[in-house]
Design a protein around this ligand. Structure first.
Ligand code: PDD
Length: 284
């Protein structure tokens, strides 16, 4: 069934939606995006996604196509028009159309595209059984904190993982895990500390990460924001990943090494439950 999508001020059937061939998102990956999850017809952590969008735009000197209230209204209109009560809303802002040039154009009008992706988020096989990851070299650029649409490197990493029979890749730089291809990575040490990479230009500052670390602290879990090596991950008691698209997703195997008894660990299960419950309470 055809969706209604949003493109630069218009709600259109997806087959009718058009973007210029000169759009810099298309030519130079000169664009940023956000993915917000929808549960029970509510937007999860919407305000935090807007804050990150503003930061991504500012880092790239890109104009904003609309204020937060307008962006929220479009999210809600798309949910309603497409009858989505569980899934994701994808929002992309690009610098707009201009003659191809490495310098930013001076007065391009930013393009705004949004669409829905209905899909189960709460009851998934990945959440029930956990996923297998393999480690691969992180071949991405140096500003992973900006959420750009330049996603070919993580896409290649994901395909490398698939080729090895795994579900996802954990990317590694200088022997240390940065993050998953589209999620932040965590391990639980033998003495029960929750470890995830500290914030820098090397990883995306996950919205789900921020919420989960807050909930973990409230649950008296000891949190260590620091780099961890592949070797430390292989010896971890448990592991998981977080993203708007998967919440808290248990990892049960890394590079063929089974963690614990090979089923989702207790901390991953507990934090997933808390995350969903608390996020729903706070969502509108
Ligand atoms: N990806 N790290 C990377 C590289 C990501 O692409 C994402 C999200 C995350 C988690 O961020 P958040 O918790 O804000 O979703 C971490 C989205 C879901 C995507 O590209 O589909």
């Amino acid at each position: 069934m055809s969706r209604i999508v949003y493109v630069n001020g218009e709600y259109l059937a997806e087959e009718e939606a058009r973007i210029s061939v000169f759009d810099r998102g298309f030519l130079m990956a000169d664009g940023v995006y956000e993915v917000t999850s929808v549960l029970e017809g509510k937007l999860i952590d919407f305000a935090a996604h807007m804050v990150r969008l503003r930061r991504s735009l500012a880092e790239l000197d890109m104009a904003s196509p609309a204020d937060d209230a307008e962006l929220e209204a479009i999210h809600r209109a798309l949910m309603a028009r497409n009858g989505v009560d569980e899934g994701m809303i994808y929002m992309q802002v690009t610098r707009g159309a201009a003659d191809r040039d490495f310098a930013y154009p001076e007065n391009a009008t930013p393009s705004l595209v949004m669409f829905t992706q209905a899909k189960p988020l709460r009851d998934t096989k990945a959440a029930r059984d956990g996923i297998k990851v393999v480690t691969v070299e992180d071949i991405r650029w140096g500003r992973r904190d900006i959420k750009t649409v330049q996603l070919l490197a993580p896409s290649m990493c994901k395909m490398a993982a698939r080729a090895e029979g795994a579900d996802d890749a954990w990317m590694v730089e200088d022997g240390m895990v940065t993050e998953g291809t589209s999620n932040n990575a965590y391990i639980v040490t033998a003495d029960g500390a929750l470890v995830t990479r500290d914030l820098s230009h090397r990883i995306l500052h996950g919205i789900t990460r921020a919420a989960v670390l807050r909930f973990a602290a409230e649950a008296q879990i000891r949190v260590e924001e620091r780099a961890f090596s592949v070797e430390e991950a292989l010896g971890a008691r448990e592991a998981f990943a977080t993203a708007a698209s998967s919440f808290v997703c248990p990892v049960v195997e890394i590079d063929g090494v089974v963690l614990g008894d090979g089923t989702p660990g207790p901390m991953a299960r507990r934090l997933r439950e808390i995350y969903i419950e608390e996020s729903l309470k706070a969502a509108r």
